[in-house]
Write a protein that binds this ligand. Sequence first.
Ligand SMILES: *Cc1c(COP(=O)(O)O)cnc(C)c1O
Length: 460
Amino acid sequence: MIHTIIEPFRIKAVEPIRISTRGERKGWLEEAKLNVFQLPADRVLLDFLTDSGTGAMSAKQWGAIMEGDESYAGSRSFFRLEAVLKDLTGYQHIIPTHQGRAAEHILFSVATKRGDLVPNNTHFDTTRANLEYQGAEAIDLVIPEGLQPRTHHPFKGNIDLARVADLLEREAHRIPFGMMTLTNNSGGGQPVSLANLRAYRELLNRYGKPLILDVCRYAENSMFIKLREEGQQDRTVKSIAQEMFSLADGCTMSAKKDGMVNIGGFLALNLGTWVEAAKTLLILTEGFPTYGGLAGRDLEALAVGMEEGLNEDYLRYRLRTAEYMGEKMKAGGVAIVEPTGGHAVYLDAKDFLPHLSVEQYPAWSLCNALYLEAGIRSVEIGSVMFGRHNDDGTESYHTMELVRLAFPRRMYTQSHFDYAAEAICELKARAHEVRGVKIVKQAKYLRHFTAEFESATVQA
Ligand SMILES: *Cc1c(COP(=O)(O)O)cnc(C)c1O
């Protein structure tokens, strides 16, 4: 019996990686004001910034691109995508958008108002920001284990049902709908169980509240259910996914994740309530309802991608990649969020850099150090992303200080991962040299994308 899980594809087109030196990277990071979002991508060796829209498309997807029908109205490509999504989700109304946040913005514009509360396991940053933009409050109610980086639980993305029940009892009149993020990206790419989703649905039903899923990584979530949840082993991943969709009234999706495409998203609703207003806003901001901010060829690539994303050999390899990196980290004494999630490995920066206080943004500092030392671009999921500079001049900090290494789909090979693992473990041995950062310039919303920082990590 051979245990090595191989990449279930071979390479047809290659893209060169520019090899850089530490000295070059030091200058480049200073130019970027110590913010890796500001780095030109060709100054990055391994780009683990995000798995969003960064993956490789298949030959079949590239072939489908040539089939794109670019008609303004009633494009054949839309009907093809609509059929695939109706079959998968069972939802009646399919509204394509250019990416996930556009679906969020449209839904929240028509379905929330100032003073509303929206519970979720953990809102992703764009989800939270889009709710706050409407004057609504995003409430994160993940189970306590989901906030403890080293506590093992098969479904750390589960929502805390007792706290949901309590919130519904006290504030039902302010809650337009409940949300659930599959998998829980900001909490470590952790899955939600079918049992938890069912129980959440029942709670919401008692108050007549709809459930909206954020399904960016629904396929990875379904695979985790197949691997981990009792009684689910013999089902296909697709049928598990279909059951998840059936428990909700609609979803927002960034197809740049499990849609296996470089751009795209959709809002899908089974409820008629918000559809008309959503389509009006779609026409105003995205485009006609049969293309919604995408080209016909994008709709074709997505129709194929939605099916490829459910391939079980691919998903097994996909989840194994993160698990493999996690094993390497632990062997090197690097603390990570455990167990590993689907699309990424999350380093615990408080553990990695114990000499830095939260005011020095340890996760941001670690991100910069990884770039400087190895050319690896990662992303901070900590107090720069989720903390804030309050109007009264005080600062709020996030509970966890994580650095996410997110893996583009079907793009990097085993040696890339081995290089990254070696570099991170080597940095761990001299972690005390890494200094903190301070923010010198920031925007009010989504500040991490553009904030400027001073000092510390860049040393002579
Ligand atoms: C990526 C993501 C979004 C936003 O999607 P975009 O396509 O980046 O706009 C929303 N929720 C989750 C969980 C995500 O991972």
